[in-house]
Design a protein around this ligand. Structure first.
Ligand SMILES: [Zn+2]
Length: 471
């Protein structure tokens, strides 16, 4: 659920708001909408722009169609931008990149690098909601670019979130369908869905099984706006009896055993199986979450349209941002800082004075080494660690001790990227010979540079999300 905090809705050095309709203001020249989920367009009404003649919403073509459909906004208020091509808005180059979330969801890349008068930050990526895939890092707009500011969807920003790729989750649904039909041939399947989202789960499974998919009239109308492949749309029907898969709202009202049983009986089946596709149902022990009641069985399937924790780490590792702003699970400074700490070892912190001041300050209360051991990564802070602002640090441990040991690991993480001159200016107490030794010793901990090989640069937009992309 995207945080409703005004400060993270404004794009620095612009008059742009992203997913910030609750904070509409005459100061805003352009509104950007990443995708059509309620926690991103909240605050938007049919009277958007009243009293503000220039107010325009920039978004993808699919989101524009949904905005027009749902809010009846006049065309002058909604402007669909092309995918993958930079467009100049108020002198800023804006590129829309597929966010691999729901249909129409995009990331916005704001690029100021062409300007004669330099500004900082110069390269800003707002992910909206996204499921990160390695191919995103090879996008022509991002490949080889250093991102100064990354606003990232941190819905699953904790190490415990390890839900599988979507293809595997869909395969789990298909496998379960086959087993259920083999055991009880007269079984109806019901899949929970959001108004927009989860299409790959139910259409992918139905395609694999060769079955039709029932959706009510409103849902079919919405699906018709999503630019889905014709082969998928051909599976969709308004005839309940012709479909072995029914799509319903994810909420309890239609996914309860009682509601499923009622639907099963009305459709003339003996059994019914419901699927709830969401990353929150992931079980570390493996297998699917299951509930049986009468003729109804309900499975929780770890199908997610948000990145798991490792994918988030890969995103930060690839983009190597100087600043990271979490947009989910970060309602206040403490929560935000704690979230950033989980990715700090992958960031370029050379320009972040606040972190330098913190990590380099003398610490009177260094914790015993035993309390600092146990991280699964030598430079990573664990999810349960307190925010950096509360972390005590010992100067002596990282500067004179063995950097490969667990003690002082987080200090090594930050110093790996510290410019030596800047480091000495901030911390004159550091002895020169010690400081001089640091870059060599900690260089191994520095993240790899973002991609930039000529081979990768040759990728065409058409091949960006080819077959095999994790969707
Ligand atoms: Zn979303």
């Amino acid at each position: 659920m995207a945080e409703q905090v005004e400060s993270i809705k404004w794009i620095p050095n612009t008059r742009f708001l992203v997913d910030g309709f609750r904070f509409q203001s005459p100061r805003c020249s352009s509104y950007f909408l990443t995708h059509m989920h309620g926690d991103h367009y909240c605050g938007l009404t049919k009277s958007f722009g009243a009293g503000h003649l220039e107010a325009v919403i920039y978004c993808s073509k699919i989101t524009a169609a949904l905005l027009t459909h749902d809010f009846g906004l006049p065309p002058r208020r909604v402007r669909a931008l092309p995918m993958d091509q930079p467009v100049s808005i108020d002198g800023v180059r804006v590129t829309l990149i597929d966010a691999n979330h729901c249909p129409g969801a995009v990331m916005f890349f704001f690029d100021f690098s062409h300007r004669t008068a330099k500004v900082s930050p110069e390269a800003i990526l707002h992910t909206g909601d996204m499921r990160w895939h390695a191919r995103m890092g090879q996008h022509p707009a991002l490949c080889g670019r250093r991102i100064d500011l990354l606003l990232m969807d941190t819905t699953y920003g904790a190490p415990k979130h390890v839900h599988p790729p979507q293809e595997e989750a869909v395969a789990l649904i298909v496998d379960t369908m086959r087993k259920e039909v083999a055991a009880r041939p007269r079984t109806l399947f019901v899949v929970g869905s959001y108004r927009i989202g989860k299409e790959r789960a139910y259409l992918g499974a139905a395609r694999a099984m060769g079955w039709r998919v029932f959706c009510n009239a409103d849902k079919r109308k919405v699906l018709g706006l999503l630019d889905l492949p014709a082969a998928d749309m051909a599976l969709v029907t308004g005839d309940k009896k012709a479909a072995r898969v029914h799509v319903v709202a994810m909420g309890q009202a239609q996914m309860s055993p009682e509601a499923l049983t009622s639907r099963c009986t009305a459709a003339g089946y003996s059994h019914v199986v419901g699927f709830r596709p969401t990353g929150w149902t992931f079980r570390k022990s493996g297998g699917l979450e299951v509930r049986r009641e009468g003729c109804a069985t309900i499975y929780g399937v770890p199908y997610s349209e948000h990145s798991n924790f490792e994918e988030l780490r890969d995103c930060v590792r690839t983009l190597h941002p100087s600043r990271l702003v979490p947009t989910v699970n970060a309602a206040n400074m403490t929560a935000s800082r704690a979230m950033v700490d989980k990715f700090a070892d992958l960031m370029d912190l050379r320009k972040d004075r606040s972190r330098l001041d913190h990590y380099l300050r003398p610490a009177a209360t260094a914790p015993p080494a035993s309390e600092r051991q146990g991280s699964d990564h030598p430079t990573a802070l664990r999810g349960g660690d307190p925010p950096a602002a509360q972390l005590p640090h010992s100067r002596s441990a990282p500067l004179t001790g063995d950097c490969g040991s667990a003690g002082g690991a987080s200090e090594a993480m930050v110093l790996a990227d510290v410019d030596l001159v800047e480091q000495q200016r901030l911390q004159p107490a550091v002895k020169p010979e010690m400081a001089a030794a640091q870059p060599r010793k900690w260089a191994k901990a520095a993240p790899a540079a973002p991609c930039g090989s000529s081979k990768r640069r040759q990728l065409t937009l058409g091949s960006f999300f080819g077959k095999g992309a994790q969707r």
